[in-house]
Write a protein that binds this ligand. Structure first.
Ligand code: ZN
Length: 218
């Protein structure tokens, strides 16, 4: 785990009375795009009231995504965070997954919703750790939802979906969900065949404006 000091020095927003304490530090104390990345993509976060994700949790997700997306020359930076209603803290249904992003959707950034619990809509009683969700009435609108039970690799996996990848059967791939001992989760990557898709999708999204690069990351 990377060291993340959330003192006032490292995180000015804790001192800002206009910022909800729970939201402070998500922007200014999480790692920004690595400077060597040609493409820096913004993540707009939405934290459900009652969800327990912290800036340190988000930092770990970002660090792993940086690792996985290095060969694609893509980095990610938190550009903003807002609170969303507690009614979305526990996501039982597909309707909730549609509804959570409907109002706030914008192009150019990736919207990431942080919730306490994300139920499997196909298997009653089961929970999942994250999902890349397309609004069912307009599948061009899509976002990522992450449960607080997720490990540090979940956002990178969901970003893989965002960049066009389906689940796969490659042994070394983070997109292969088949339970297996090797390689460990931390060592799973986008295999070359997947990277090719990621690069194509990256360029397509930048071309059509569904993603924009941040020219001067903080
Ligand atoms: Zn998946």
């Amino acid at each position: 785990m990377l060291p993340l000091v959330l003192g006032a020095q490292q995180c000015p927003s804790v001192l800002d009375p206009a910022v909800e304490p729970r939201l402070a530090c998500f922007v200014d104390a999480t790692p920004a795009c690595p400077p060597d990345r040609r493409y820096c993509v913004g993540l707009q976060l939405h934290l459900a009231d009652g969800a327990e994700q912290t800036p340190a949790w988000m930092a770990a997700e970002l660090e792993h995504a940086f690792k996985l997306f290095a060969p694609a020359d893509v980095g990610f930076t938190v550009v903003g965070i807002d609170a969303i209603s507690a009614e979305f803290a526990v996501m039982h249904t597909a309707d909730q997954r549609d509804e959570v992003g409907r109002q706030q959707f914008t192009r150019g950034v990736i919207h990431v919703y942080l919730v306490a619990q994300l139920d499997d809509v196909d298997i009653p009683g089961a929970q999942i750790r994250g999902v890349h969700w397309r609004q069912r009435s307009n599948t061009d609108k899509r976002w990522i939802i992450l449960s607080q039970i997720g490990s540090n690799v979940v956002m990178a996996h969901e970003l893989g979906h965002f960049f066009g990848l389906p689940h796969s059967r490659y042994t070394d791939s983070i997109m292969n969900k088949r339970p297996r001992e090797q390689p460990p989760w931390d060592a799973r990557v986008f295999v070359p065949q997947e990277l090719e898709i990621v690069l194509k999708q990256r360029d397509a999204m930048l071309r059509d404006g569904s993603l924009e690069t941040i020219s001067s990351p903080r």
